[in-house]
Structure formats: structure tokens, C-alpha cells
Ligand binder design. Structure first.
Ligand code: CMP
Length: 140
């Protein structure tokens, strides 16, 4: 398996509860390395653009409102098969379905306030990394 990169967001429900370190520790303990990280306040247009694939979904407006409701921490993570590894560490989107010991089972408040986002493919990881980071902000 190759060393690859994925994109992660620590969501507003987690930053609000001061869980940035706790979430990052689970990612690091799971074998991923944080090679870029910044805390930002997402603007509405940014959240709409980032989640553009979900534009037609009934939860889109609520999702954009939530993701702009407080600071988030955007990160680039590197490791063996990083996309799949990160998704294992995060657990299922709905915390009710997430396995014990995962970020979402441990911290998520709901399917919307689910503490973390992670890319779902290598192709989307590249798109999502490029959406928030320039090459010189990523130091492996
Ligand atoms: P995320 O990985 O950030 O990608 C889209 C987000 O939409 C997802 O995590 C959830 O937090 C959020 N969401 C809210 N409602 C739903 C829903 N009914 N089904 C899927 N995702 C939802």
C-alpha cells in the first residue's frame, strides 16, 4: 500500500467543545501524520462550494449553516492508504452507526454535528486539499 494524502475537517461542534487536540490525537494514534493544519472561519460561499456535490440534498442549507457556525480546523493527513485509514478512524457518517472507538462514536452529537469530515476517494482528496491549501502550506 502506498503513502497517500487525505483531507480532514474538525467541525464546529468539536472546536466549540475544545476537542481539536483530542480529535487530532485519534488521527495520529491511528497512523496518520498532520502535514498541514489551519483553523479558519468558513465563509458561506466557501462552504457552499466545498459541499457543492450535496447542493440538491434536503440537508444542504442546514449543512452550510452548521459549517459556518464556528471555527473549523482544516488538515491534510498523510499515511498508508490515508483516505481509507481516515474513514476507519472517523467511523460512519451517522454516529448511531459508528463503531466503538471511532471519532464520531466518541464525540459526534448528530449526523450533522458529527465532529469530522474526511475525503471519500483519492480523487476527491486532491480536489479538497487544493480547495483549502496551497502547495507551500503542506510540509510532509
Ligand atoms: P461530511 O463527511 O462532512 O459530508 C457531508 C455532510 O452532510 C456529512 O458529513 C454530514 O455531517 C452531513 N449530513 C447532514 N445530514 C445528513 C444526512 N441525512 N445524510 C448524510 N449526511 C448528512
Amino acid at each position: 500500500m502506498a503513502v497517500t494524502r487525505t483531507f480532514s475537517i474538525i467541525k464546529p461542534d468539536a472546536t466549540r467543545r475544545n476537542l481539536t487536540g483530542a480529535v487530532t490525537k485519534m488521527l495520529e494514534d491511528g497512523g496518520l501524520r498532520v502535514v498541514a493544519s489551519k483553523r479558519i472561519q468558513m465563509r458561506k460561499e466557501q462552504a457552499e462550494g466545498f459541499y457543492g456535490v450535496h447542493k440538491e440534498r434536503p440537508f444542504f442549507n442546514d449543512l452550510v449553516a452548521f459549517m459556518t457556525s464556528g471555527p473549523v480546523v482544516v488538515q491534510v493527513l498523510e499515511g498508508e492508504d490515508a483516505v481509507a485509514r481516515n474513514r476507519e478512524i472517523m467511523g460512519a457518517t451517522n454516529p448511531a452507526d459508528a463503531a466503538e472507538g471511532t471519532i464520531r462514536k466518541t464525540f459526534a452529537e448528530s449526523i450533522e454535528a458529527n465532529s469530522a469530515h474526511g475525503s471519500d476517494s483519492d480523487e476527491n482528496a486532491k480536489i479538497e486539499i487544493d480547495f483549502f491549501f496551497t502547495a507551500d502550506e503542506i510540509v510532509g
